[in-house]
Design a protein around this ligand. Structure first.
Ligand SMILES: *[C@@H]1O[C@H](CO)[C@@H](O)[C@H](O)[C@H]1NC(C)=O
Ligand SMILES: *[C@@H]1O[C@H](CO)[C@@H](O)[C@H](O)[C@H]1NC(C)=O
Length: 249
């Protein structure tokens, strides 16, 4: 771990994990309680040695590639597992969470007026298990999120407010792919706020909209580490990116 983050290590020993903000060059952000039942990727059970939430988080921070922590406390003891990422979120609307899940990563942009466009370079390559979380205000026309490789687009997602739907496609070798299109929710009204979660799996992105599993988008570019930036775009004079989080630890 980078030496600038040692401060975090010492401070986090007190039971206030959000002190991670003291490591302000590359602050991990703890997102508490992903909705539903979360399945971790390549988890290691540390229940024998770890007894508090803070210890569990510290263990993850110290471990290369760890980006998700699962803590299940009861009877004065906690069960801790540290994972390389997230595999799945099930029963998002109905499941009672049995444990708490913390994602380690960074908010890379917040409260940004999007139109016409904003680019954010990814601080680390995308790997399986990574989670992206976007909170958007959709504005009044169209807004999109594009995972880019140079000027090409590995995954293009656009909200179209005139139909209430979401279009997905890609642009590789200067050719657009076929549109994938569904309208499971027709309630994207102008200026509504939506939360989007992408979970990166080996074969696709699993996309959740407002905590409901919505669709998968198959990887069209298999080498995910080629994706170097994200473009946010919106038409008109409204549309706001409230928050963009990515697993980066
Ligand atoms: C977001 O940005 C707008 C415009 O820059 C500002 O007026 C508003 O106070 C900001 N909101 C928050 C929550 O920071
Ligand atoms: C994947 O892309 C990265 C970044 O462009 C590159 O360094 C790496 O060699 C590529 N890996 C493969 C297997 O092509």
């Amino acid at each position: 771990m980078d030496s600038r983050c040692y401060v975090l290590w010492l401070f986090v020993l007190t039971p206030a994990p959000l002190l991670v903000n003291t490591c302000n060059l590359s602050p991990p952000t703890l997102i508490n309680r992903l909705p539903g039942r979360v399945t971790g990727l390549a988890c290691q059970d540390l229940s024998g040695t770890i007894t508090t939430t803070a210890q569990c988080v510290i263990h993850c921070l110290s471990q290369e590639g760890c980006s998700m922590v699962r803590i299940d406390c009861g009877g004065g003891r906690c069960r801790c597992s540290v994972c390389q990422g997230v595999e799945d979120i099930e029963d998002v609307t109905s499941a009672t969470p049995l444990a708490e899940f913390y994602l380690l990563g960074s908010i890379l942009l917040s409260n940004w007026t999007v139109p016409p466009a904003k680019y954010v370079h990814l601080p680390v390559p995308i790997v399986t298990g990574h989670v992206f979380r976007f909170v958007l205000n959709l504005g009044t026309k169209r807004s999109s999120i594009e995972l880019m490789i140079g000027s090409q687009i590995a995954f293009y997602l656009q909200f179209r407010l005139n139909t209430g739907g979401i279009i997905r496609t890609w642009l590789l070798n200067n050719k657009w792919g076929q549109n994938e299109y569904e309208v499971p929710h027709k309630n994207f009204s102008p200026n509504s706020e939506v939360e989007l979660i992408y979970i990166v799996s080996p074969v696709d992105y699993k996309v959740y909209v407002n905590s409901v599993f919505f669709f998968t988008f198959q990887h069209r570019e298999p080498n995910l580490s080629r994706i170097d930036k994200i473009k946010f775009a919106a038409e008109g004079d409204s549309g706001r990116l409230k928050s963009f989080f990515m697993s980066t630890w």
